[in-house]
Design a protein around this ligand. Structure first.
Ligand SMILES: [Zn+2]
Length: 336
């Protein structure tokens, strides 16, 4: 990832050329962010709990506080709240996100309705647990952007893994969040990526590396829910690490905030953090040929950062964008 001064030419929604030349503008143009892990249905429950007051189980299991909030809200409320989150994502520079969809088939349909005609690309990952005997796994994966399900996994998940391969869809999991018990089974399914891995064990690094299993790292979420952090430097040494913002209930879906947090908590360079928020996410979501970097032939999906205010005296443009930029500094998110 180089910093150059120049002009990006766009034709028909694609980057047609990048010309290195002196320009009058002081704007910084970066690839639009790729958020690899959200749950935006819980946009209806923003800050509905101070996570430290509850255990992980109390927040998320049978149905947990989050589930109660989702049951209380009607469909229109959920759709309106999701719509606001999509708008906020655009305002904070995000172009594409993978949503670990709640509420099964209906959840995927709701997100598609909300996303219809909008520029932010939602990739709903169908939640496998909701499948009934009357539903067809392949049809639902095809309709969604991919598949996700929760531990313990079974034959349906193995079939889903194969179908995702055939259809070039994303297969992603959660593992190693409250504890390490689900990690072996998660890695055995060979997902495109798994999320959290706060409890990564020494033997897991080799498995991740040998099988090219990526990581969606969610450090803000881990800190607020578990009061722990993932071993991000070591994960980054062994495999592709991307970033995500997780539940909207507990964290805003801002990749700017996730980058600042990651850059300040871990010994990872600003440039590598920016890659985690852009091209690495595109790789995990099978879209690295189209988005995630500024290259000729890729879609013009760009965040334009204004350096006339808070970012005025920047000594290092990449560090400034990663560690300091806020929604106010995003002049425009171009999503063609
Ligand atoms: Zn999650």
């Amino acid at each position: 990832m180089d910093v150059i001064e120049g002009t990006i030419h766009v034709e028909g929604g694609q980057i047609s050329s990048i010309v290195e030349e002196g320009v009058e503008s002081d704007d910084i143009v970066i690839p639009a962010f790729v958020n690899t892990h959200t749950h935006i249905t819980d946009s209806v429950a923003k800050d509905g709990a101070r996570a430290r007051d509850y255990s992980w189980e109390e927040l998320f299991i049978d149905p947990g506080l989050k589930g109660e909030y989702l049951e209380e809200a009607d469909q229109d409320e959920k759709r309106e709240a999701m719509h606001r989150t999509l708008q906020f994502m655009k305002e904070t520079g995000t172009g594409t996100f993978a949503d670990f969809k709640e509420e099964g088939i209906q959840g995927v349909k709701d997100l598609k309705v909300v996303d219809e005609g909008r520029e932010v690309d939602a990739v709903p990952l169908f939640q496998g647990e909701y499948l009934t005997e009357d539903d067809d796994l392949r049809t639902e994966i095809k309709r969604a952007g991919g598949y996700q399900s929760y531990y313990p996994w079974d034959e349906q998940d193995e079939r889903a893994r194969e179908i995702c391969d055939e259809l070039d869809k994303v297969f992603a999991l959660h593992s190693g969040e409250p504890g390490p018990d689900d990690i072996d089974d998660a890695l055995a399914l060979n997902p495109d990526y798994t999320s959290h891995m706060v409890h990564t064990r020494e033997e897991d690094y080799e498995v991740l590396e040998d099988n090219d299993i990526g990581i969606s790292a969610l450090p803000r979420s881990n800190l607020v829910i578990l009061d722990k952090l993932p071993p991000l430097e070591r994960l980054h040494e062994h495999t592709t690490v991307a970033l995500g913002t997780d539940n909207v209930m507990l964290n805003s879906a801002s990749m700017l905030r996730e980058m600042e947090f990651t850059s300040k908590l871990f010994d990872i360079s600003p440039c590598e953090v920016l890659q985690m928020a852009t091209i690495n996410g595109a790789k995990l979501m099978h879209q690295a040929d189209k988005i995630g970097s500024i290259e000729e032939g890729k879609r013009a999906r760009l965040a334009i950062i204004d350096t006339s205010r808070e970012l005025k005296e920047l000594r290092d443009p990449v560090a400034g964008v990663v560690r300091r930029a806020t929604a106010r500094d995003v002049k425009e998110t171009v999503l063609l």
